[in-house]
Design a protein around this ligand. Structure first.
Ligand code: URA
Length: 451
C-alpha cells in the first residue's frame, strides 16, 4: 500500500475538500505510527481536516485505522456471562462518576473495562483521583486487566502506550497546531481509544457549559451526533447524554477529596449530592439498557439503585481497589488511608444571596494553580489539595457562610483560595431556575445507514 500514495498529495486532496478513500486514510495513519509522516505533514493534515471536515465514512475509516494502530482487547476467550460496556466523559470539574458507575454496572451483570485518562487542562482525571489511594496501581498489563474485569466485574486503569498509539502522536501534534477543536478529529481520537477495548456498548457523557471542553451547546450536539454515528457504524451501539457542566459535579474537587465523596456516596447513597446521584443512575441505566442487560430504562434505573442501596456496588468497588494494590479496608477506614492536609478551613461568603453562577472552569484552574492538577503531562500532582462542601446553584447563603472547605498544604494556599473563590461565585437576590442536568440524549443502534 505504502508506495501507492504520496503524503503531500493526500494532504492537498483534503486541503481542497476532496473525500479521502479508506486506503488513503490507512496510509496516513500508518505514516503517523511508523514516523514516515513528518510532524509538518501531520500538522498540515490536521489543519486540512479542521478546515474542510470529513464525511462520516472518512471519520469511520480514520477511527478504525487509529484503533488498529495498536493492540485491541478481545474478550471471546474469557467466556464472560454478560456484555462488555463502558462510559466515557468528555471531562468536567468534579466529575468522579466513573468511580461509582463502574461498580454499579458490574453489580448488575455488566463487565466494565474502563481505561481513563489523567487530568490535563482545567478538568481532573479519573486515574489521578484513584492514585490518591495508597498502593493503587492503574497500570496492570492487558492480561491482568482482563482477568480483573472478569473476576471483579470492573477495573479502572490508565491509558497504555500500546492502545491506539497513532492517536497519542496525532493528539500531541493537534495540541500544538490549533487543531484540537475539530469534531471529526475529536470523534476519531476518543473512539479509537474506546473501541480498542472491544466494547459491546458505549455510553458517552458529553459535557456542556462553562466548565466543559464543549462549552457551547451547539458544539456538544455536533460532537454527540458525530460520536453516535461513527460508533454505531463501527458496530458499537452508543448513547450520548449531553449533560450540564455549569456547576461542579457533586460537592468536591481535587483528588483525595473526590475519592472521599465517592466513598461516602457508595456507603450512604441517601445522603449523596442529588445531581451526582441522578446522573450516576441515569448513566448506569443507559449502560444496562443499551447492552441488553435490562430491556427498558425504568427497569434499568431500578436495578442500578438497588445495586447501590444494597451495598453491592460498594463491595465491588472495595474489591477493585484491593485487587489493584489499594488497602483492603479503604471503605471502612478512609481517613486512615487518604492524604489529609495540614490546613483545612472554610472559605466564607462575603455577602448574602442565592448562588446564581459559578465560573466552573476557573474553579478547575484554581486547583491546577495549587498543583491538584497539572499543566503538562509530566507534572507531579498534590493529591491531598482540593475543595469539599462546595455550594450549589440555587442555594441560599448568608454572609459568612461556607462557600467551600479548602484542603490546603499551607496558609498561602488558603489565602489564595480565600481571595479567588468568592470572585468565581455570583450571588443574586432572586433565585434562578434550577439548572437542567441532562439536556438531550442521542442514541444510535448499529444499523448501516450513512449520513
Ligand atoms: N479527548 C480526547 O481523547 N481526544 C480529543 O481529541 C479531545 C478530547
Amino acid at each position: 500500500m505504502s508506495e501507492l500514495f504520496l503524503p503531500q498529495e493526500l494532504i492537498r486532496k483534503k486541503r481542497d475538500g476532496i473525500t479521502l478513500t479508506d486506503p488513503e486514510i490507512g496510509f496516513l495513519v500508518q505514516g503517523i505510527s511508523d514516523g514516515s509522516l513528518t510532524d509538518a505533514q501531520l500538522g498540515a493534515f490536521a489543519m486540512a481536516v479542521f478546515k474542510c471536515g470529513m464525511s462520516l465514512d472518512e471519520r469511520v475509516d480514520l477511527t478504525r485505522h487509529m484503533m488498529n494502530s495498536g493492540e485491541t482487547l478481545q474478550w471471546g476467550q474469557l467466556e464472560l456471562d454478560g456484555p462488555v460496556v463502558d462510559k466515557h466523559s468528555t471531562g468536567g470539574v468534579g466529575d468522579k462518576i466513573s468511580l461509582m458507575l463502574a461498580p454499579i454496572v458490574a453489580s448488575c451483570g455488566g463487565y466494565v473495562p474502563m481505561i481513563s485518562g489523567r487530568g490535563l487542562g482545567h478538568t481532573g482525571g479519573t486515574l489521578d483521583k484513584l492514585e490518591s489511594i495508597p498502593g493503587y496501581d492503574g497500570t496492570p498489563n492487558n492480561s491482568k486487566f482482563q482477568s480483573l474485569v472478569k473476576e471483579v466485574g470492573c477495573a479502572i486503569i490508565g491509558q497504555t502506550a500500546n492502545l491506539a498509539p497513532a492517536d497519542q502522536r496525532f493528539y500531541a501534534t493537534r495540541d500544538v497546531t490549533a487543531t484540537v477543536e475539530s469534531i471529526d478529529l475529536i470523534t476519531a481520537s476518543i473512539l479509537s481509544k474506546k473501541l480498542a477495548s472491544g466494547l459491546d456498548a458505549l455510553v458517552m457523557d458529553i459535557k456542556t457549559g462553562n466548565g466543559a471542553f464543549a462549552a457551547d451547546f451547539k458544539m456538544a450536539q455536533e460532537l454527540a451526533q458525530s460520536i453516535a454515528n461513527v460508533s454505531s457504524q463501527s458496530g458499537v451501539p452508543t448513547s450520548c447524554l449531553i449533560t450540564d457542566m455549569n456547576q461542579v459535579l457533586g460537592h468536591s474537587v481535587g483528588n483525595a477529596t473526590e475519592v472521599s465523596e465517592c466513598l461516602d456516596f457508595l456507603i450512604n447513597p441517601n445522603e449523596a449530592n442529588t445531581r451526582l446521584l441522578n446522573l450516576t443512575i441515569e448513566l448506569a441505566a443507559y449502560m444496562l439498557q443499551l447492552s441488553g442487560l435490562e430491556k427498558d430504562l425504568v427497569a434499568a434505573r431500578q436495578k442500578s439503585l438497588e445495586a447501590l442501596n444494597s451495598g453491592k456496588a460498594a463491595s465491588v468497588f472495595g474489591k477493585m481497589i484491593f485487587e489493584l494494590g489499594g488497602p483492603i479496608d479503604l471503605l471502612e477506614n478512609p481517613l486512615k488511608h487518604l492524604p489529609s492536609m495540614p490546613v483545612i478551613s472554610s472559605v466564607k461568603s462575603p455577602s448574602s444571596g442565592y448562588i446564581s453562577e459559578i465560573d466552573v472552569r476557573a474553579v478547575g484552574l484554581s486547583m491546577i494553580h495549587l498543583k491538584a492538577g497539572r499543566t503538562k503531562s509530566t507534572d507531579p500532582i498534590d493529591h491531598g489539595v482540593g475543595l469539599s462542601e462546595i455550594v450549589s446553584i440555587g442555594q441560599w447563603v448568608n454572609k459568612g457562610d461556607t462557600l467551600a472547605m479548602a484542603h490546603c498544604r499551607d496558609k498561602d494556599q488558603l489565602s489564595y483560595l480565600e481571595k479567588t473563590l468568592p470572585s468565581l461565585i455570583t450571588l443574586n437576590e432572586n433565585q434562578n431556575e434550577s439548572l437542567v442536568l441532562i439536556h438531550e440524549v442521542l442514541s444510535s443502534t448499529t444499523d448501516s445507514s450513512h449520513e
